[in-house]
Design a binder for this molecule. Sequence first.
Ligand SMILES: CC(C)(COP(=O)(O)OP(=O)(O)OC[C@H]1O[C@@H](n2cnc3c(N)ncnc32)[C@H](O)[C@@H]1OP(=O)(O)O)[C@@H](O)C(=O)NCCC(=O)NCCS
Length: 147
Amino acid sequence: MIKRCTLRDHDGWLPLRAALWPDSAADSDPDKHTILSEPERYLVLTFTNKDGKALGFAEASIRADYVNGTNSSPVAFLEGLYVQPANRGQGIARQLVVGVQRWAEEMGCAELASDALLDNQASHAMHKALGFVETERVVYFLKALGG
Ligand SMILES: CC(C)(COP(=O)(O)OP(=O)(O)OC[C@H]1O[C@@H](n2cnc3c(N)ncnc32)[C@H](O)[C@@H]1OP(=O)(O)O)[C@@H](O)C(=O)NCCC(=O)NCCS
């Protein structure tokens, strides 16, 4: 079952989030309040089994700044997608992305964008299987200032 997380009910989301992004805390994540307090801007979905256990999640946002490869603005952006290793290959990510897509359409967006690290071949294959088309490959750079 796909469930939208709210401030009152987000069971299982934060531990999954910490599994995808280890730098984010599993319990007292400050992002939690920001994300769940702005339902017009952010979406958090979990996939739960029949016992109510969260097995995967998706996060999406509405981005009004320029997003590489897009042709419209604002666009919806798939910020994160994760399924527990033991539950992969069962169509859970597919269902989560369908949920994100529905929300994006309800929010009036004409495009859903996403990204993946260059070496995450599984994610590239999944995006293609789910109907995404590759647009650009980007390398980020950084220069420390003030030293
Ligand atoms: C990528 C990930 C979310 C896929 O979740 P999943 O629930 O196993 O994916 P699904 O079973 O819904 O598969 C959806 C489609 O993608 C394809 N796919 C999924 N994982 C794949 C893989 N490792 N290699 C090739 N294709 C894959 C499936 O074949 C399926 O297509 P199909 O329906 O035409 O067969 C999951 O492996 C994961 O959490 N990985 C670690 C985190 C990550 O990389 N997230 C993406 C960051 S951008």
